[in-house]
Design a protein. Structure first.
Length: 269
């Protein structure tokens, strides 16, 4: 697959089109310049795949995805038992299958002692923030399985000046205003927990600034015209999880703009 030229243009555009936090000289409150991040054709799901392992959210997967040309990454974020943020899909199946640990919510110190498949490195939010400082051309889409608003609030406060590198996903219409007030600029509405119909989505999109709407491939099978209807109101659409070029091409014919992927590589031949 060859899309490197398009991806390169997108990557270069990041330097010019992005959220810029400023401070009002009158009331010392944050303001924003009305610019949106560009939309990459591919987003590395759960930071990407490493040695065939998906959903790891590991340091090694992140490094490999970056080397493969990804600059936008989806990452899962969880709360530890002592309310710290770590990059983890869940405390149930993944902690057991990938970490080999009994399912439970661990403390931060306990989590940091674990290994993924006995060799790969789990990441805390602090680890990720250090990495972002060294890779300022990268951006991260959040995915949470519980306490989304609590996690996004902690993420925004902890990330400080790096908060512009995070694009939060919201799971229903009601979360939008709260997340916007936290200070986030670009927001994704993901549809996998709600069965919103096209008219409601189009109406919401026309009244709110969304960076994108993302949906599963199953949703598109059920509502094949949904991506095209959203495109008519200038909403960029993503689909997940897409791991073959044929599937991606077919989705593009249905007006899907980009995909979350584990296996596809932006700059491959």
């Amino acid at each position: 697959m060859k899309i490197s030229s398009k991806f390169t243009i997108t990557t270069l555009a990041i330097a010019l089109v992005y959220f810029i936090p400023t401070t009002s000289a009158i009331n010392n409150t944050p303001t924003t310049i009305d610019r949106h991040l560009p939309h990459p054709q591919m987003i590395a799901h759960a930071l990407g795949v490493i040695d065939g392992i998906r959903y790891s959210n590991s340091y090694e997967a992140l490094e490999k995805s970056y080397q493969n040309g990804f600059r936008f990454f989806e990452t899962d974020i969880e709360l530890t038992a002592d309310n710290k943020l770590v990059l983890l899909h869940d405390w149930d199946g993944v902690i057991q299958d990938l970490y080999g640990a009994p399912p439970k919510i661990y403390t931060l110190d306990e989590f940091k002692k674990l290994k993924i498949r006995e060799k790969y490195t789990p990441l805390t939010l602090d680890n990720l923030l250090v990495w972002i400082k060294k890779h300022p051309d990268t951006y991260f889409i959040t995915d949470t399985k519980r306490k989304n608003l609590v996690i996004l609030n902690k993420l925004y406060q902890q990330s400080g000046e790096l908060s512009a590198h995070f694009i939060p996903q919201i799971y229903n219409f009601e979360e939008y205003d709260t997340v916007k007030k936290l200070g986030y600029f670009d927001i994704i509405l993901t549809l996998y927990t709600r069965d919103y119909k096209a008219p409601a989505l189009v109406n919401f999109a026309q009244q709110h600034k969304l960076w994108a709407i993302t949906m599963s491939t199953d949703r598109i099978k059920t509502y094949p015209n949904l991506p095209a209807e959203l495109t008519t109101v200038n909403i960029f659409t993503y689909s997940h999880l897409v791991n073959s070029q044929e599937q991606m091409t077919n989705l593009q014919k249905q007006k899907i703009g980009g995909v979350y992927t584990s296996d596809l590589i932006p700059n491959s031949d």
